[in-house]
Design a protein around this ligand. Structure first.
Ligand code: AHR
Length: 498
């Protein structure tokens, strides 16, 4: 099979906002306790943070990390997690039915984020709590001193404000599973009022309104229209969440999942612009895709977890090659809309539906999905080009006209680098790709990285963490402004030009 891709510097979508390579740590399972924090572990530093995990996170160059939830935040009292550790309360955590010890809270997480060179995207509880708790947390984190909550932070040993710029107004408030689930009217109103007060405390912050938990929600996209109508002038972004899975073991169908993501983004952009027009507003709302990933492998075993344990293994999906390919296509979906998707969080980062796993006695290891994320974060910085692609197509149970080639290109003018990210979705055959790079005179291919395996269900494990790792393949040279290269069947490809 053959596909074509034409690239030109003059045709672009927009600059990649680095924050699309964000991630997420929730107080859930072994993400915090036994993940980023494990005092007594041989790699732990004096604060109890696992440096083996820090090292793997740093390599991903993650600019921003969402915290502390997720469903968790909708029952969280942030005051429980600050101040002397010995006085912190143990709480019944209702979202995941565990015990939360509160050993880690806002200040410790800010410390950890500094260690991994990331900013914090802080979520406030709009499930069980209200405007007051939200504005107090902004004051605690961002006000220099001289007020009750800022002085409390200083008394906790943090003289300098944390200066957290990005804040989420609750989480998945459209979902009946959410503690304090709300109708769109109820949520739109409280979010709008919380937003006003939070910005009155610190006008420099940016706010993310909670959008739908996925396109399958019966209230989508009316939810977006209603909540935006109420909060439009007080917020800057609206969130999107989605998770895909291969429950029917239908690889061709599963690999097409990102078409749903494309459609989701398109609908939310359209809804934002509809509300903009309706309100005669000059302001444009951007998108924060602040939860996205593959999640389904652990669903069954999670149902058997005994309630009220501390940091049990929850949502510990072990990812296959096909999952990594879906993650690759999802990254491409985010980049294709770089004009509107300004932030995103791979959900999550450590142990919980995560690219990084830990073992208690051993080290930390990389799942298959680590690699496409690593490549995109490392090489996907610059201008997103709008490629003209022609590809053979196929139909599946849920999708029609699925292109076998899913691809995007990033041009980093300052570094004189052009990078193509491409997935060959074909379950049987390699794809011969012709790339027209006549607009990039003197550029040569420097590297072609491939993530592939004969077995699409192959995965890395603690025992064998290198079963699926990327490798370099022989590079073809540009000839007459064209590159002809071969994308193996079911593969993630990174083709780098300089
Ligand atoms: O990331 C896991 C969970 O998925 C989050 O807590 C929630 O927001 C979503 O449903």
């Amino acid at each position: 099979k053959k596909a074509k891709m034409v690239l030109d510097k003059e045709f672009h979508v927009g600059e990649v906002d680095y924050r699309v390579y964000g991630s997420f740590i929730e107080h859930l399972g072994r993400a915090v306790y036994g993940g980023i924090y494990e005092p007594g572990h041989p790699s732990a530093n004096e604060d109890g943070f696992r440096m083996d995990v820090v090292e793997l996170v740093r390599a991903l160059q993650i600019p921003i990390i969402r915290y502390p939830g997720g469903n968790f935040v909708s029952g969280y009292n942030w005051e429980d997690g600050v101040g002397p550790r010995e006085q912190r309360r143990r709480r019944l955590e209702l979202a995941w039915r565990t015990i939360e010890t509160n050993e880690i809270g806002t200040n410790e997480f800010v410390d950890w984020a500094k260690l991994v060179n990331a900013k914090v995207m802080m979520a406030v509880n709009l499930g069980t709590r209200d405007i007051d708790a939200a504005r107090n947390l902004v004051e605690y984190c961002n006000h220099p001193n001289g007020s009750y909550w800022s002085d409390l932070r200083v008394s906790h040993g943090y003289r300098q404000p944390h200066s957290i710029k990005t804040w989420c107004l609750g989480n998945e408030m459209d979902g009946p599973w959410q503690i304090g689930h709300k109708t769109a009217q109820e949520y739109g109103r409280i979010a709008s009022e919380a937003a006003k007060s939070m910005k009155w405390v610190d006008p420099s912050i940016e706010l993310v309104l909670a959008g739908s938990s996925g396109t399958q929600m019966p209230t989508f996209p009316e939810w977006e229209a209603t909540v935006l109508d109420q909060a439009y002038e007080h917020v800057d972004y609206i969130s999107l969440h989605t998770y895909y899975g291969n429950r029917d073991n239908d690889t061709a169908n599963f690999l097409a999942s990102s078409l749903n993501m494309d459609e989701f983004i398109h609908t939310v952009v359209s809804t934002c612009d509809y509300v903009k027009a309706k309100r005669r507003s000059k302001k444009t709302i951007h998108l924060s895709f602040d939860e996205w990933n593959v999640w389904y492998h652990s669903n069954e075993s999670d149902r058997k977890i005994e309630p009220w344990s501390i940091a049990p293994p929850q949502l510990e999906d072990i990812y296959t090659l096909e999952d990594a390919l879906v993650v690759g296509t999802m990254l491409i979906s985010l980049l294709k809309r770089a004009d509107r998707v300004k932030m995103a969080s791979l959900a999550q980062l450590v142990n919980v539906i995560a690219p990084i796993m830990t073992t208690q006695d051993g080290g930390a290891w990389k799942q298959t999905i680590y690699y496409p994320f690593l490549h995109a974060s490392r090489y996907g910085r610059g201008k997103v080009l709008r490629p003209a692609i022609s590809s053979p197509k196929y139909d599946t149970k849920d999708f029609t006209d699925v292109p076998i080639l899913e691809a995007i290109a990033i041009f980093n003018e300052a570094h004189e680098e052009l990078t193509i990210f491409a997935v060959n979705r074909d379950v049987n055959e390699a794809l011969l790709l012709d790339v027209d790079v006549r607009g990039f005179a003197n550029y040569e291919v420097v590297e072609h990285i491939v993530l592939q395996n004969d077995d699409v269900k192959a995965c890395n494990t603690a025992e064998n963490p290198t079963a699926v790792v990327p490798h370099n393949v022989e590079i073809a040279q540009v000839d007459g402004g064209h590159l002809q290269c071969c994308l193996p069947r079911l593969s993630w490809n990174v083709i780098r030009f300089h």
